[in-house]
Write a protein that binds this ligand. Structure first.
Ligand code: PFF
Length: 460
């Protein structure tokens, strides 16, 4: 007889693990630099709109696909689709994206380890913004250290994922997320007392509508998907372990609400500081690693705050990487009949190979460009701005049009035991709003044409 599948022990464990997946570098590292590059207030406004109008319904679609099939992503589509149809092919895109994200995400997560150690050792104490900018530059281009941390991070991730669901994920998510929030709140208050606070708040909250361009919309869409862990089937995989009584719609709204709260609080820390110290918001991926250490170095007890912050950020990253690893592990175990140990090893080996290329993108492999981008940038851009939204369209259309209507309803209402006031709007979004909005953004941005153009201009 086959072993019963694992389940999350408690309802709070479910929310905590999904929130743990959502909250991570996406909120604290990616959101501020994306918002900074895409005009602040206008970006935030569209971002929030996408999170609730498209994100929440697609979370619900992933949840209901996962929980009604109790299977890995490929098995889920095979169980739910009609005989002979090909919906299950999308699961390969999800698995591929999860491995690509794991690869580049581990590089940045590795940076949090470097910054934790340096904070403890006092290497970042009393430094100026220029010093910190140079420090980041040297550290990431001296490829060996960045490479080493990427591998160390992936090995730590491996130690957790091989233990399985209950032991690893649930226990850790329950402790770290609230702790990280406390530190963020302390530094939010700290930033709000800085001289540049008013300008920072204006930048983040007052939308300049002339800044809304197709590029900003695509950036906000990609960020919403990335931050909510959508369109990779992480949430399908997690929901396959949910018990019958988990309220799917309410959980989806809580996850989206908390995730957005973390991103906004991160913005409230970063933007007042940028305007106070005269740093450009458009600096890109290095932004947070230059600004935050400076904020800490200006605070009494800064070394301890910095060490605690980067360590918690590292933990937040690892609750995200275990969730993305779970996609391929459950696939390898259930479809390829591997043991969990072997599946975790395979996941780690793939990520180490591609993660190393991503780590080297800042140094030795900076000139290796595909579509005009380094491997790191390519993985970051194509997963968030192309593959995740494409999967999102497919999940929405599948749940909205092709799944058994009764099954969708019984999943979202827990067999009519819950009154879900937003039921109709969720189904409406899955059928029309989410697919059409994502599609129009793609067309508007000519994303595919841009990539082809870049490819050919590079190879001439
Ligand atoms: N949502 C995570 C973050 O914001 O850091 C990143 C992520 C996790 C993306 C899991 C995709 C995923 F499957």
């Amino acid at each position: 007889m086959s072993k019963p599948r694992a389940q999350f022990a408690t309802r709070i464990g479910v929310i905590a693990a999904s929130v743990g997946s959502a909250i991570g570098l996406g909120n604290i590292w990616r959101f501020p630099y994306e918002a900074g590059q895409h005009g602040g207030g206008a970006f935030l406004l569209i971002y929030i709109l996408f999170v609730f109008a498209i994100g929440v319904p697609i979370i619900c679609s992933e949840f209901l696909i996962g929980r009604s099939s109790h299977s890995n992503v490929l098995g889920a589509f095979q169980k739910l689709e009609q005989k002979g149809s090909k919906w299950h092919l999308i699961s390969y895109v999800g698995i591929l994206s999860s491995l690509m994200i794991l690869s580049f995400y581990s590089v940045v997560a590795g940076w949090t380890l470097e910054y934790t150690i340096q904070s403890v050792a006092g290497g970042l104490k009393d430094s100026s913004p220029d010093y910190l900018a140079n420090y980041f530059q040297e550290f990431t281009t001296q490829s060996n250290r960045s490479l080493m941390w990427t591998i160390v991070f992936l090995l730590l991730n491996y130690l957790i994922i091989r233990k399985g669901l209950k032991n690893g994920i649930e226990r850790m998510s329950n402790i770290m997320t609230p702790l990280l929030f406390v530190i963020l709140l302390v530094f939010c208050v700290n930033s709000l007392m800085m001289p540049g606070a008013a300008d920072g708040l204006k930048f983040l909250f007052v939308p300049d509508f002339s800044k809304i361009t197709p590029k900003v919309m695509l950036g906000a869409l990609g960020q919403a998907f990335f931050s909510l862990s959508l369109g990779v089937s992480t949430l399908i995989t997690y929901a396959s372990y949910f018990k019958k009584d988990v309220p799917l719609v309410r959980s989806a709204s809580i996850i989206a609400g908390l995730d957005t709260l973390f991103a906004i609080v991160a913005g409230l820390i970063i933007f007042p500081a940028l305007f106070t110290y005269g740093i450009e918001p458009t600096e890109g991926p290095k932004l947070v690693f230059e600004v935050l250490p400076y904020i800490f170095s200006q605070t009494p007890g800064g070394q301890i705050w910095a060490a605690a912050f980067f360590f918690l950020l590292f933990l937040a990253s690892i609750t995200s990487t275990i969730s993305m690893s779970e996609i391929s592990i459950s696939f390898f175990c259930e479809e390829w009949k591997m043991t969990r140990e072997k599946a975790s090893m395979l996941n780690t080996v793939i990520a180490i190979v591609f993660g190393s290329l991503c780590a080297l993108s800042f140094g030795a492999a900076a000139d290796w460009k595909i579509f005009g981008m380094t491997v790191f940038d390519l993985f970051n851009f194509t997963t968030a701005n192309l593959l995740m939204p494409v999967c999102g369209i497919v999940f929405a259309i599948f749940a909205g049009w092709f799944m058994d209507k009764k099954l969708v309803r019984s999943q979202l209402t827990n067999d009519e035991t819950l009154k879900v006031r937003t039921y109709k709007s969720i189904v409406f979004s899955l059928r029309y709003i989410a697919p059409l909005a994502i599609l129009s953004i793609f067309l508007y941005q000519h994303i595919l044409l841009d990539l082809v153009f870049l490819f050919f201009s590079q190879n001439q």
